[in-house]
Design a protein around this ligand. Structure first.
Ligand code: DAH
Length: 341
């Protein structure tokens, strides 16, 4: 009997496991009602009286040590198990948090919807462009300082390939491929070699519109701008144009809207002027029509381009442009109520 006790004791001392399942098997083998220790207790009645005291003590010791060992191993094993946790169907389900559109997408979609209501179709162009589409075909002469208006990212292996600096490059692709008349609106992501700050980023978004037909006049441009401004910023919005310069439009203008926050009285967003600069625009330069194979004596057109970030900042009162790109959910979830359109 003592020999058997020693044997089981050795087995208990040598047993190592971090798996709850194995530890449980070990417990059943030695400590259950039909286990080895219970069997020894059964045999105890056959032990001669004079040895009962010594064997009984050894047997009790064995049981205590076995229990201690099992408890110690179970505690260390924690939740480690080979079997999958049981599925408790009564637990409440994990909440399904619904995503929402990014504020830039919301604003872009709203701008596109306004232009499509005016009869514009949506087109898109590549982000990697050649010099011709980004500059030359838009009347940026070679080596002309106008090219410095937009600090460009060049693709190193070819100085002719750039990340497009504006969606105006798509105008060229549209003129190449689209039959006349053209009435297109183009969203896109653009790239400029700019230091990142609260007001500027090296990646941002634009929407461009191009309308080319017979007899398109500056009055058509003005009317389009007016309609857009009232639809987007509200019915009381006023529009003003200031002369400007872009190589691809002549005449060119900068469009301002009356400040939607102070109604034109002057606040810190419009820097006390009552006006907010929204976009560049103008009549397509006849040189651009010529460069793109369109008869400048028959056709005229207007073009306009605006930054989506700028418009979104004004719409939502956002002061730092970098927030759009950090994708902090605490920022993004504030636009969930703005809808999913
Ligand atoms: N491409 C100009 C820019 O990125 C914006 C622009 C101005 C677009 C005038 C136009 C336009 O189509 O007519 O600053």
């Amino acid at each position: 009997m003592l020999e058997k006790i020693e044997q089981i004791q050795a087995e208990i001392d040598n047993f190592r496991s971090a798996l709850r399942e194995e530890i449980e098997q070990f417990r059943v083998k030695h400590l259950s009602k039909k286990g080895t220790i219970a069997a020894l207790f059964d045999d105890f009645k056959n032990v001669p009286v004079e040895r009962k005291k010594a064997v009984g003590q050894a047997l009790n010791d064995l049981k205590t040590k076995a229990l201690e060992r099992v408890n110690e191993l179970k505690e260390r094993a924690g939740a480690t198990t080979t079997t999958a946790p049981r599925l408790d169907m009564t637990l409440p389900g994990d909440p399904l948090t619904l995503g929402s559109r990014h504020p830039l997408s919301l604003v872009k979609n709203e701008i596109l919807a306004i232009f499509t209501r005016m009869g514009f179709s949506i087109s898109e162009g590549p982000e990697i462009e050649d010099d011709w589409h980004n500059f030359s075909a838009l009347n940026f002469p070679e080596e002309h300082p106008a090219r410095d208006m937009q600090d460009t990212f060049f693709i190193r292996r070819s100085p002719d390939i750039v990340l497009h600096t504006h969606t105006s490059s798509t105008q060229v692709r549209d003129m190449e491929t689209h039959p006349l008349p053209i009435r297109l609106v183009t969203p896109g992501r653009v790239f400029r070699n700019e230091a990142i700050s609260a007001r500027a980023h090296c990646i941002f978004h634009q929407v461009e519109a191009l309308y080319i037909d017979k007899d398109v006049s500056f009055a058509d441009l003005r009317q389009t701008l007016d309609y857009f401004a009232k639809e987007f910023f509200g019915a009381n919005t006023r529009v003003r144009l200031r002369p400007s310069f872009f190589p691809f439009t002549e005449p060119s203008a900068e469009m301002d809207v009356s400040c939607s926050l102070c109604g034109g009285r002057g606040c810190n967003v419009c820097k006390g002027t009552g006006w907010l600069e929204i976009m560049g625009c103008g009549m397509v330069d006849p040189n651009v029509l010529e460069l793109n194979g369109i008869d400048k004596d028959v056709y005229t057109g207007f073009a306009l381009g605006m930054g989506i970030e700028r418009v979104a900042m004004l719409r939502y009162g956002i002061r730092d442009l970098r927030l759009f790109f950090e994708n902090d959910v605490r920022f993004l979830e504030q636009f969930a109520a703005a809808g999913i359109c």
